[in-house]
Design a protein. Sequence first.
Length: 453
Amino acid sequence: MTVQPLKPPFNLYRTLWRWHFYAGLFCVPFVIILALSGSLYLFKPQIEAWLDRPYDHLAFAGAPASADAQIEAALAAVPGGRLKSYEVRHDPHDSARIEVSAKGETMLVYIHPQSLAVLQKVNDKDRPMVVIKTLHGELLMGDRGSNLVELAASWAIVMVVSGLYLWWPRQAQGLAGVVWPRLKMGKKLFWRDLHAVTGVWISSLALFLLLTGLPWTSVWGEGFKAVRNLTHTAAVQQDWGQSRSAEQAMAPSSVHDGMDMGGVEMDHAMMMPSPAISVEQMASTLRPLNLAAPVLISPPSKREPGWTGKSDAQNRTLRVTMVLDPVTGAILNRENFNQRHPIDQIVGYGIAAHEGQLFGWFNQALGVLTAAGLCLLAVSGVVMWWRRRPDGKLSAPEPVGSDRLALGLGLLLLGFGLFLPLFGLSLIVVGLIERLVLRQIPGVRAWLSLRPA
């Protein structure tokens, strides 16, 4: 009777190291792109103020024209355009910013506040910070790019969590190599410590950025919205979209030409409200309130049946939305941030911090520090892999022990897969490809350090 040798037990550390390696290999290019674009977007208010400096603090004598006249000048500059929003500036010597929608596009028109000359006209999607945001959210690839970013973010969460397990000191003697890198013990230990120590210091910040970015994603965000609908905790109007295209669809758009809005007729010639409705009166109501910029007035739309005035501040905790009387400009209803559903408040705080606007320059500094740490993790991980890779192999950590997953790890994977649907789906797809295809090809199997089928 032949006795079969026992398989070595399942090795959790080696398995997690292997997954950490593959997660890093997939995430590295995305981490660098998202970290760099996200760092730039943190400074959106400062960058846009610098770009708009030629259109602010204009020198002229006398009073500026009315908001209605400024809007008419902007509409005349965009044939067939309809008013989307008018920005109420605190300084009357700033140019008027008026968003006009036409042929499915949104144009931002800068109007001289007194002469009504067109100072600048730019397609919203071509504005530098919009391009940066689109790159950050969907890699300039539309919804497919959004799904790719979500997949990378999901794997990055797994990478951070598995990295913390790998870092956890087991045989450490002192804090060197645990909380600070050992600098004089050779390049191998230097790069290992730089990677591990940087990871542990920024792990909480990185996880915060990754988790607060999930409400914007397509699959996770739609699932989150569905859960809120089932639990009757959904907001009447959600303050964020699941993708760039979804955000654009959420933005107020003018009603159809000639559509009746509670007795208010739309002027076919200029796509402007009739003279009975004065945007100037509404602007005069909003100016003394000292709302956080930008303060926007929007006409009736499919989503908002009445005229609205709102603070669209990037720090969402400062946002205010009001319904305005179209004749007198009076405030009919006002909703402050603290009146929203607690879930919307939590997400709002998370998004404001994610964008670096919740607590001023220190928030921006933390964001830049986290992004720099993520880039350092990516670079040091690639250097470690490059230095130890053997010829003819990818150099993934080779599996040790049984292929059977431990019960605890299996439950953990199930939890991650349910919480991060794209991660769970990709794990199934990769597992099937590995078992049914990659293990069957000897050269590929050896290069990936896989077990025979």
